[in-house]
Structure formats: C-alpha cells, structure tokens
Design a protein around this ligand. Structure first.
Ligand code: GTP
Ligand code: MG
Length: 642
C-alpha cells in the first residue's frame, strides 16, 4: 500500500444498501469512449447494412441518423475508415458477445505512528500513484507497477502504447471466447476446501490472553478538513509524540511559512507533502486508548489520491469522517462534483465499515456555534443514511484539533458547553470490535513491502483478514506461490510472537527473494492459498456517471491493495434494486445508480476470493478519470489461475 508507517457491511446487509443513493450526488464522470469500441462497431457496421451501431450504448441506429437515437452520441465520421482498417487486419477487434452467446453460457446466479515508538521510528515511503488518476481515461493512462509481476521496478501504461493495448486486448478477446470452457474447468478444479481446515489451538485467542485488541481506524474526509492535524494532535496529547519532537515540527513548519501545519507534519513527512500542505500517502500511527490499541490510518483527502486512500482504508474496522465546520468548506466537501466527504463515506461503507465517528472539526472558526453544528449534522446525516449507515452507528463530535477542544477530554471552552456527548477519545472507546475470522486459514493482504537485501530480509505489512501467524510459521506468498518462514513479527513496532485476524502487523520473512513479495499480494496458509484470477463476475452498483458503461469500457479495478487495468467483457443483467432479482438480461449499457451483474477481465491476475467466502477479499471498486464509477462485490471467480 502506498503509505508511510511511523513506527514512531459488515457488509451483511448485502450490496443493496446502496439502492437509495443520494440523488444529489450527480456529477460528471466522463471517461472516454474507447477507440476499440469504435473499431468493433465499425466491423459490426460493415457486417450489417442499413444500420450503424452506437459505440456508446451499442444501439443499432438507422443509417440516416447522424446521432444515436438512444444516447445522442454523434456518429463517428471515421467509422468507415476504421472498419476497413479492421477488416484489413488491424491488431484488435473486441468481440462483443451476442445475446445468444450469453444465453448459451447461462446467466449464473447472483450470488508507527507508532509514533508509537519514536525511538525506533521506521519509515517507508512508497511511490505515490497520483498519476494514475490525474491523467484521464484508463485506456490511456493506467500505470501498472511491473514489479508486481516480474520484479522490474518500473511503471508502465496499461494501454498507452499500441503494443500493450494490443496484448491486453488480444488477451481479452481470448478470455471472452473461451470463458465457457474455463468456467466448466473451474467446477472440476479442487482447491483444498477451507471447510476442512482445523485451526491449531494457538490460533484462537484465549480469554486470558493479555493485551488490548487492535482496532483499525481510518481517518477520512475532504481535503484540508484537518485529518492530519487531528491525528498529530491526538498522538501528542497521548504521549506518542514527545514535546521535543513537537517543537521540532513547529520550528520547521514556521520556517517554511506553514506554521499552522505543525501537527499535520507529524503525519505528513515527505518533502512534497509538506511543501504542498496535503497528505498524499496514508500515514499509519498507533496509540492506546482505555479499551483498544488503535491503528490510525490517516488518509489523503485530495481527490488525486483516492487510490491511496482506498488501499489504506480497506483495512478499517471503523472510520472517523472529519468535516470542516467553516462556512463554505463543509459545503465543498459534500459538493456533488468534487466533494471527497461523500466519496470517502461511500467508500468506507463499501469496505464493510458500519461504525463511524463524524468529527465536526474547526469549530473554533464558527465560534463553536451549536446552530452550525446542527446544520452540518443534519445535511451529512441524510447522506450517510443513503450510504447505508444506521443512525445508531454514527457518533457526532464537535471539536477543534487546532485549539484542542473535545479531543481526549471534554471541551474546556465554554462556547462548547452546550455539547453533552463524549469527547473524541471516549467516542473511539465506545466503538465495537468487529467479529474476527480466527478459525479460518491465514489471509493477509500485503499493503507494503520493506526490503533489506543486506540482511536477506523482506518485510510485509498489512492487516490479517483471517487466521493467525506466529514466529517460525511457514507461509505461502501469493501470487508468487513461494514458501517463506516467518522470522519475526512486529505489532506497533514491538516484537510479538503471534498475530491474529484483525491485527495490523509487519511480518519479517526469510527464505524468499525480495521481488517475490509484492504489495497487492497475499500471505497465506500454505495449504489454503488465496485464489488468483483475471476474469471475474461482479455485482456492481453504478455511481453517478454521465457516460454509460458499455461492453469494452475500461477502468481501474481496485481490490484490497491491488489495482489493475480492467475492462467490461459482458453485461449479463440489470438487477431490480429492491428485490435483487434480474430485471433485464443483457442490457446494452449501464447508467447511473443501476445494479448489475457484469463480467470483467483484468490485465494481470489478482489475489481474490468470492465475497461469500471472504468479504475483505471480495470487495471491488471501479474507477475511471479520477472518480469512483462503481462499487461491487465478486460473485464468481470465472477463471482461476494455477
Ligand atoms: P489532506 O490530508 O491534504 O486532505 O488535509 P487534512 O485533512 O489532513 O488537513 P490538515 O491537517 O493538513 O490541515 C489543513 C489546514 O487546516 C491546516 O492549515 C490546519 O492548520 C488547519 N486546521 C486543522 N484543524 C483545524 C482546526 O481545528 N481549526 C482551525 N482553525 N484550523 C485547523
Ligand atoms: Mg492530511
């Protein structure tokens, strides 16, 4: 995961909780219609006289029409020329499956900072992936970190060059044509069933086990709402940042004319972050409350860094949504076209997070006005409800990170005396620990890798989604399928012998080459490796897009800490949002707010599980042009890579 570590539903309501999506969340997701679609349609047009097929919604229009009758898109004047090129042997044409094909295949059932320990501060700065969202449509800009696959540390474009596009597209075509055979094969393939798994005694926590449980808490919200300042302030108040260290931050921040960012600098450590005054990668910090050992995941709020936010916050057990109370700033955060408060709230809910604390920050700017707090609360509550958060699972805390009001103790400023609820720290302690999958085999998505070649050591950081691990344990690292031994484990920069589901740890491995361990990969029980696939069936909810999703649409596919270029291969059915049943088979395109079953092919296989087997590994996010265009779950792994 692109993050810096300072060692220093349930999704059980099913996906349909989003059916009542806020109507105000209109915006202009516009990802381009791909050239490939035009090429394909050109071929189709050449085959079918008297009509031309719209490259957007695939509707067959009368030849006399200059714009699509359905979606209004202008007819491509180059279509004939492209058609000729294609027939003459152009490199790729995407074969949209016919309705007959779909029927014959059958519609499947829907199924530190541990600032913690400042003395032992260890920092990992991971490459910033902002380009990914900044450069427009996926078709021309998705960078793919090759290191994941072949150890070559280099970014590349998924389809920026003709060759790569060709390779991917050719593969996609092959995927489409042979998917039926593969699906049949899968049924026969036998992975050791997890139902046969018997956890060893040490894997299940004992009631007498000493120590606080870890709670992974994501801090999210619109850019500049004060997330890092709040995190830094909490760490300072709780003694995780020393006075001396704080003075250093204050001095340095002042010298750069950014005095107000002193607390944020405790989290934003890179030169670029400090210069720009924004968080770019997720900051990880640890502190202890009365009830929990908290793993704080300070997310970037700027929209260019949503992919980093996704990677970090997928680990969240609960979230703090920070909003800026000041006039205009709160409104910008919930703005339909660029408000990250809304996008972050949707994302954390779709990560399965049910409990949130909303910190209405910067109350000092609005004179601690109860009226303003109530206005903010009312507006945001409506939206959070529409995301599927229950009123009883939302805590509201007015605060000022800058003036230290209502953070670890009740407010001292009399202007906030009207607030009778808990301070932030008490609110955190009132959160409930989610159920942990101790009795399932080990699965730990790798969010970050630290290599120390001189010591022959590779360290993988992440949160255990299920099972347990201990020193000396043999693990399988996926997707490289290499066996390694756990040399040691660290939790909050402290060495520990055992880590169990829910724990956020650093696993120091031995007996494996550094390039065989990659972010986006997985540490597994050797007998129960995670599945690997590049062809999936998804159930998705389309967010507010302005251009329909069609067969051939390309996007970024996000799953746990992995991100791949992907493309829609089939649109199997539209679902009735109320019943979840098929409302229409093989629709031509998908529009905003629709629920659908689609098949997607990825450029490179990812570690994945069906949502029914492992929720954390079966949630996906589709993004294009810097926006999240759909949320989804994996309903079926169609192709399994061996
Ligand atoms: P990103 O990570 O880039 O999304 O920003 P952020 O949410 O982490 O905000 P950050 O902590 O960097 O703070 C942004 C600005 O808001 C800084 O100038 C802070 O000093 C200021 N700020 C943060 N909290 C408060 C507060 O409670 N009151 C006032 N007046 N200013 C605050
Ligand atoms: Mg920040």
């Amino acid at each position: 995961m692109p993050r810096k570590v300072h060692y220093g539903v349930d999704y059980d309501d099913s996906y349909d909780v989003y059916e009542d999506y806020d109507d105000d969340y209109a915006d202009n997701y516009d990802y381009e219609v791909e050239q490939n679609a035009s090429e394909t349609m050109a071929k189709l047009e050449a085959d079918k006289s008297g009509v031309w097929r719209c490259p957007i919604c695939t509707y067959d229009n009368e030849d006399s029409m200059s714009a699509c009758d359905i979606c209004g898109v202008l007819r491509n004047p180059l279509v004939k020329a492209i058609a000729k090129m294609d027939i003459d042997g152009a490199p790729f044409k995407f074969d949209a499956p016919s309705p007959d094909d779909l029927v014959s295949n059958g519609l499947r059932s829907v199924k530190s900072k541990s600032k913690g320990n400042i003395l032992s501060k260890k920092e990992t700065k991971i490459q910033v992936e902002s380009e990914l969202v900044a450069k427009g449509p996926v078709s021309s800009s998705v960078p793919v970190t090759r290191e994941r696959r072949n150890g070559v540390s280099e970014n590349d474009s998924a389809s920026g060059s003709g060759n790569k596009s060709e390779v991917f597209d050719t593969r996609m075509k092959a995927e489409t044509s042979s998917s039926k055979t593969r699906k049949e094969e899968i049924i026969d393939e036998g992975k050791t069933s997890t139902s046969q798994y018997n956890p060893e005694k040490w894997m299940i926590p004992d009631k007498l086990d000493a120590g606080l449980s870890q709670l992974n808490l994501a801090i999210v919200g619109h850019v500049d709402s004060g997330k890092s300042t709040l995190s830094g302030r909490l760490l300072h108040l709780l003694g995780r940042i020393s006075q001396k260290e704080m003075h250093k931050y204050e001095k340095e921040a002042k010298q750069q004319g950014k005095g107000s960012f002193a607390f944020a600098w405790a989290m934003d450590e890179s030169v670029e972050e400090r210069e720009r005054g924004i968080t770019m990668t997720v900051g990880v910090a640890f502190f202890t409350s009365r009830k929990y050992q908290i793993v704080l995941l300070d997310s970037p709020g700027h929209r260019d860094f949503v992919p980093n936010m996704i990677s970090g916050a997928t680990q969240a057990d609960a979230a703090i949504i920070v909003v800026d109370a000041s006039l205009g700033s709160f409104e910008a955060g919930i703005d339909a076209t660029g408000g990250q408060t809304k996008e972050h709230a949707q994302l954390v809910r779709s990560f399965g997070v049910e409990q949130v604390i909303v910190v209405v920050n910067k109350m000092d700017v609005v004179e601690y006005s109860k009226e303003r707090f109530d206005t903010v609360k009312e507006k945001l509550r409506t939206f959070l409800r529409s995301c599927g958060f229950k009123d009883s699972s939302i805590l509201w805390v007015p605060a000022s990170a800058m003036e230290n009001q209502n953070l670890v103790a009740n407010a001292s400023d009399v202007r906030l005396s009207w607030f009778k609820g808990p301070c932030l720290l008490d609110a955190i302690d009132s959160l409930q620990l989610p159920t942990r999958d101790y009795s399932k085999p080990l699965l730990m998505p790798i969010c970050d890798v630290v290599k120390l070649p001189s010591q022959g050591q590779v360290s993988a950081c992440g949160k255990l989604e299920s099972g347990a691990i201990r020193t000396g344990f043999k693990v399988m690292v996926m997707p490289s399928r290499e066996i390694a031994t756990v040399r040691s484990l660290e939790k909050d920069s402290q060495v520990c012998n055992i880590a169990r589901a829910g724990d956020n740890v650093t696993v120091n491995l031995q007996g494996i080459e550094g390039n065989r361990v990659t972010a986006g990969g997985m540490i597994c029980h050797p007998d129960y490796p995670v599945q690997i696939s590049n062809y999936l069936e998804l159930k998705i909810l389309v967010l507010d897009i302005s251009t329909p999703i069609v067969i051939g649409s390309q996007f970024e596919f996000h799953i746990h800490h992995a991100k791949e270029a992907a493309r829609v291969v089939r649109i199997l059915s539209l679902l009735d949002p109320k019943t979840g049943k098929t409302a229409k088979k093989s629709p031509r395109c998908l529009l905003a707010k629709q629920n659908a079953i689609v098949e997607v092919a990825l450029q490179t296989p990812v570690c994945v599980e069906e949502y029914n087997n492992c929720r954390a590994l079966g949630r996906v996010f589709l993004r294009a042009s810097g926006r999240t265009i759909a949320l989804g779950i994996v309903t079926q792994i169609i192709k399994r890579e061996e």
